[in-house]
Design a protein around this ligand. Structure first.
Ligand code: FES
Length: 173
């Protein structure tokens, strides 16, 4: 099945996490925690096909504010592709990049809204994270991998050279 992330179309299989489809295709998406539902940088807005995705999980309900949920926000590390059809999402990282390019003044407002929506969910988020058990070694490995990939994406996002624009390139400069 096909999924469009940040206006680029990719193949996905049933059960694939949105995060993994984005990562494997070097698409702009945040995942500092390596996909362990801690960092909250993997937000995506579902523009089309929300009914084709996994149902909102209890973890997402604890972390995402009502306003973000109403706006179609999902956590890419907790959302899987479930049915074939047209799915279109845009990542929060891509939204920031677009704002930076087209309306840098609007970035302040965007950051304020996202900050507020995170703030109202702090108690629920803390309760959720406090009740979880982590494999610390695996978490550390995932975080290091996530940060390394994030830096590559940041460089590729602002570099603008042809090899960075090639989405399926094995490496970015
Ligand atoms: S919360 Fe960190 S990748 Fe989803």
């Amino acid at each position: 099945m096909q999924i469009t992330i940040n206006n680029h179309q990719y193949e996905a299989n049933q059960g694939d996490r949105l995060l993994d489809v984005a990562r494997v295709n070097h698409e702009h998406i945040g995942y500092f925690c390596g996909g362990n539902s801690i960092c909250q940088t993997c937000y995506v807005k579902v523009l089309e096909g929300s009914e084709l995705l996994s149902a909102l999980s209890e973890e997402e309900k604890a972390i995402l504010s009502e306003n973000l949920i109403k706006a179609g926000t999902r956590m890419a590390c907790l959302t899987t592709v479930e049915k074939p059809g047209t799915i279109r999402v845009v990542s929060a990282v891509e939204e920031v990049r677009n704002l930076l390019e087209t309306n840098p003044v609007g970035l302040g407002g965007y950051a304020a809204v996202m900050g507020w929506e995170a703030l109202v969910k702090v108690p629920d988020t803390l309760r959720l994270q406090a009740g979880r058990e982590f494999d610390l070694w695996q978490l550390l490995t995932d975080v290091i991998g996530g940060i390394g990939d994030a830096w590559k994406l940041v460089f590729s996002a602002f570099c603008g050279c042809s090899s960075c624009e090639e989405k399926n390139a094995a490496t970015v400069c």
